[in-house]
Ligand binder design. Structure first.
Ligand code: NOJ
Length: 445
């Protein structure tokens, strides 16, 4: 079949605890730094607050049944650390039981659980002790991972360590409007990124110890640079640009070092680190997961010191519902290709999707043709990667449900399933029907 995908390709959907669970004040859940942040007026668009959100905490059985109907084979979800440990060292049995029941419900439905240990919601008591400004937090996340892996036992066979390091570190500390909403000097910002890298390493080590049967890897957001057009020189330039532009995270994780060029560029603002920490950060993992929504362009440029010239896109470059969501479908192909070529890793696409200004038709349907076109183009580029035998293990659509889009609140709708927040009704959009059909045919329609 045209655009056929490999056998056993993992067709998934993804969400994250703070974005879909709700129940944030139920059954003894503790406060996270994100909830604390949202409670302050003026931080989140329209002052939205996901106390109830999609209420997956109470409706997970319905959501699992929905995934089963769509033919989804794997569900990526994250753990609310504060729900499980509302106070330091104190387990909330009901919070823990929630995740155990979710895993059981998934397995009963034939859906493979993929657990993200940390997707941004940090217990507020740890935020108050220094959050990502201290490496104590990194170490504690490792302990939490170990506890959870033991609690899940053999039932969970796939883990993502942490999600998008620069978003919970840099973007929360450089005035970009993410929790905890600080604005620190540059050196301290790089230091938080280093602590995020370290957290990934501690979690990887902990999971190896507590879940030796499981495959593990990060779910990060490397900036992918693609060639403006495909010549040998431009492809080579884009590969080098992808490595260089991700030097605050990926060379540390994959190569165990910060590049000399990076350390020279940031100079006195460079993170402080030890050889021992670099070894922890570079703990070997089984794959590299990457979230991909957009990309940057480059061409080879023998005149410039780095040998390439970057373009983020023309002012009128097509984008989806949010301005940062520029339409660059080749980024998914080049992400899989460059991660493999640079670091020898197999990959999962841990997130891909787009928001759209979805409207309900009179017949209660959502004709999200823009999202279908976005998905089709990205998925066909992913199919190109698999056809070239690049080791891509699976794809997680972001997102199963419309949900809480951080500082943007509930306004952007990223789901392939529409959520009516007043009634909690779930309505699969046409993109969900499209995705279900791709899964059924194991090819990109
Ligand atoms: C990546 C983040 O992991 C996720 O939480 C977010 O909703 C999507 N990007 C869309 O912005």
């Amino acid at each position: 079949m045209t655009y056929a995908m490999p056998e056993n390709f993992v067709w998934g959907a993804a969400t994250a605890s703070f974005q879909v669970e709700g129940g944030l004040e139920c059954d003894g859940a503790g406060e996270s730094n994100w909830l604390h942040f949202c409670r302050k007026p003026g931080r989140i668009k329209r002052d939205d607050i996901p106390l109830v959100g999609c209420d997956q905490y109470h409706r997970y059985r319905e959501d699992v049944a929905l995934m089963k109907r769509l033919g989804i084979k794997a569900y990526r979800f994250s753990l609310s650390w504060a729900r499980i440990f509302p106070r330091e060292g104190v387990v909330n049995e009901k919070g823990l039981a929630y995740y155990q029941s979710l895993v059981d419900a998934l397995l009963e439905a034939g859906i493979e659980p993929y657990v993200t240990i940390f997707h941004w919601d940090l217990p507020q008591y740890l935020e108050e002790k220094g959050g990502w400004r201290t490496k104590e937090t990194s170490k504690k996340l490792g302990d939490f991972a170990s506890f959870m892996a033991k609690a899940f036992g053999n039932k969970v066979k796939h883990y993502f360590t942490v999600n998008e390091i620069t978003m919970f570190t840099a973007a929360g500390h450089n005035g970009s409007g993410m929790a905890p909403g600080l604005k620190l000097p540059l050196q301290e910002i790089y230091q938080t990124i280093h602590h995020g890298n370290l957290a990934h390493g501690y979690v990887a080590q902990a999971l190896r110890g507590a879940a030796p049967h499981a495959e593990i890897g990060i779910a990060n957001n490397p900036g992918i640079t693609v060639p403006l057009y495909e010549t040998e020189e431009n492809i080579d330039a884009a590969r080098r640009a992808t490595r260089f532009n991700n030097a605050s995270c990926h060379t540390a994780i994959e190569e165990g070092r910060y590049l000399d060029e990076f350390l020279e560029k940031v100079g006195k603002d460079a993170p402080h680190f030890t050889d021992e920490e670099m070894k922890i950060i570079a703990t070997p993992t089984d794959f590299t997961g990457f979230n991909v929504y957009t990309g940057n362009y480059c061409t080879a440029d023998p005149e410039s010191p780095q040998g390439f010239k970057m373009f983020s896109g023309a002012a009128d470059h097509p984008y989806m519902d949010l301005t940062w969501l520029r339409f660059v479908p080749t980024a998914i192909y080049y992400g899989a290709k460059f991660i493999h070529e640079l670091w020898g890793k197999s990959t999962y696409v841990t997130e891909n999707g787009c928001s759209a200004a979805d409207v309900l038709s009179q017949t209660n349907e959502i004709y999200d043709s823009g999202r279908i076109e976005y998905l089709r183009n990205y998925l066909r580029n992913l199919q190109r990667a698999t056809a070239e035998k690049l080791p891509v293990k699976g794809y997680f659509q972001w997102s199963l449900l419309d949900n809480f889009e951080w500082a943007q609140g509930f306004t952007p709708r990223f789901g392939i399933v529409y959520v009516n927040y007043a009634t909690q009704q779930r309505i699969p959009k046409w993109s969900a029907k499209y995705y279900a059909q791709c899964i059924k045919n194991n090819s990109i329609l």
